[in-house]
Design a protein around this ligand. Sequence first.
Ligand code: PEP
Ligand code: MG
Length: 885
Amino acid sequence: SAYVFYFGGGANSTDPRSRDKTVVGGKGANLAEMAGIGLPVPPGFTISTEVCATYNANGKSFDDDLRAGVAAGVAHVESSTGRKFGDTANPLLVSVRSGARVSMPGMMDTVLNLGLNDETVQGLAQGSGNPRFAWDSYRRFIQMYSDVVLGIDHHLFEDALEIVKEDNGFYADVELEAEHWQALVGEYKAIVEKALGRPFPQDVHEQMWGAIGAVFDSWESERAKVYRRLNDIPGDWGTAVNVQAMVFGNMGDTSATGVAFTRDPATGEKAYYGEWLVNAQGEDVVAGIRTPQYLTKFARERAGAKPLSMEEAMPEAYTELAAVFELLEKHYKDMQDIEFTVERNKLWMLQTRSGKRTAKAALKMAVDMVGEGLIDEASAVRRVDPMALDQLLHPTLDPKAERDYLGKGLPASPGAASGAIVLDAETAQARAERGDSVILVRVETSPEDIHGMHAAKGILTARGGMTSHAAVVARGMGRPCVSGASSVSIDMKSRTLKIGTRDLKEGDIITLDGATGDIMGGAVPTIEPELVGDFGTLMVWADKHRRMKVRTNAETPEDCRTARSFGAEGIGLCRTEHMFFDAGRISAVRQMILAEDEDGRRAALAKLLPEQRADFHAIFEIMAGLPVTIRLLDPPLHEFLPHGEAEFAELSDAIGIGVETLKRRAGELHEFNPMLGHRGCRLGITFPEIYEMQARAIFEAAVDVALASGEAVVPEVMIPLVATKKELSILKALVDRTAAQVFAEKGKVLDYLVGTMIELPRAALMAGEIAEEAKFFSFGTNDLTQTTLGVSRDDAARFLSAYVEQGIYARDPFVSLDVEGVGQLVELAAERGRKTLPGIKLGICGEHGGDPASIAFCEKTGLDYVSASPFRVPIARLAAAQAAL
Ligand code: PEP
Ligand code: MG
């Protein structure tokens, strides 16, 4: 079959498709790759992702070609291992695992020890000389297969095991002997027969096809779908199935199993990091049932843990493993996340993949690997996900703040989070939707909790190590996580918990520090981040490869300073209306709006002029010499109107106009559809004195700063919501006139530009003509999206998520530019504008200016700059560099 590829046993498939992740999935490709470079990989075969689609489309059936391919694959594994599938004397056992193009930790199904039945278990017992191991493997297999393939509740099996332990007075699984496991197998089979009305399948081939089908089915499971939606993974990729000879980490004290990272995935430190368990099977480590041991002596000592590390307990296998780590990093040129098993002192590699990591670790590794000569600067820039930087641009706990320590767990995913305790995923989601910050606290998390983990600000688990499901998923999502906090005990009945000696209940506030593992009572204050160390280094490299400039949307001195410290190269949008809300000036603004005539407005504007001038003065000083785009007043005037009796009374006192008159004027200003109403340049057309005052404030401040500092400020005056050339020419004339007056009064002339926003479809279409009056265009993609889609930006939240869920829009078009639709208008306007005015300055200042996918589009369209909110500036710098590379 063209859909089955072999690996291991010295018989690797030579077909290049066998290394292609889109065909054989990430796990299959890496198994083939590892076998190819001579690493010890148990032999097996991979069924391609294409079969997943045909299986789910053809009513969940397999064709003859595939059946022949799988039979040949089994023969390959049999001849490589010298065992036979279903053989009573020397049986071959296999694992059946999923493997999508990208890893989806814990989301899909796995079956281990497949091939055991009442007869082969005898052969395994004799062949291994270890009946206890054989019967334990058989009961594990029944339990796992019943859960995954037959859909029988796993609690039934766990309860039966608990009863056997109680009956015999045992505390831990290790105390059970062969006969106990054998008896339990009998009970497990009875559970299955009772649940299904037929016996547990004894035919090993039936077992295999059942498991293969279950893996394909799990691609369509709810949790896999949620995961795909959160991670933008298309549903048509499908998963591959990997069938591989079993190796056993549970054959006694010379056997073990573990997971490891070639560098620390939380900090990026160049030190092997991992966890392992003696005499255990792989799932025991990741499921968080037994708390695993450290891999290296160094890590064990640092943590002050007692149980021996693998380095100390199994030095030979450890040395071999360390050599494999080195080889893998050189081969893949990236940090690897590995699963291994030691069977009677022999090391086997079960998986390798590029490891998930925190933003901090991603930066450190990228910078370190350049230093080590493993990768070049451009690769380092490409490797860091711009959105992940968000994790570092947010506050961390103030080291000076007082803390109420409750307990400690493992530092599984860094960052600080405070919120109300919630004890299950549904509650987490419900409360987060109401706007609460919540911390999800669980004994351990399972893939079913993924929506709750996403909704929570942080995650705390009582069990599980650094590689537990909770830890892996939290790191991927950038959620702070403390795992394996054994002092946490939860009582789901009363919905209360104990942390250390302290009694708490659902709803109480706690704080987690995912970088140290500390758990604290109450909300601990935080401090602002800085661009230093590896972050700074990577930003310097990014800047070398970037073509577009990165500006910021800011209007307060504080935001301007933050943006500059994050590397903003100017202001792309200063929204002057935001300055009008200041407590000290709102009554003058209201007086202006409610005035009956021009004289009344001018009286109010005279009060506002010095205030605006001072605003611009401060901004020009901070942005010393960088371009500053100031947009004249834009929003619907009613946004500034007084609300309620008290505000009207207060205003009446302040400006000496009767309450009734004010109310009448306010009523006259009411609009049915303010977003399409009296706003933007329409204000300038009807009340030119407003724009005149703003232009005067800009030029007076610019001249003052230029005279005082000698630093040439180039103000870019921007007219909003233009639809026609005529609007712009009228308002440009007004700005030019005002500039000339100010320059004459002050005896100093400055350069400045007048331009427009492109935020209406008509403006995009007429850009050729509009460019006769504009020196620059700034795409206001918030309004352009609103007006092109006919979707109100203020009301979209109510229905857009349903649109995204149903794939009508791939992503929220107000977050990531609708490149197909709105993008056409941007391209067309850029092209028509350039035709009239070659080299016309082009930028974007909608929210999309901080979104990596939209930034890539801006690069392709050849815009000169993007403008993003201050905290998005570093993200935009990196995304712009990646777009240019
Ligand atoms: C826009 O419409 O994209 C824009 C930047 O302006 P505002 O968000 O202020 O309407
Ligand atoms: Mg706008």
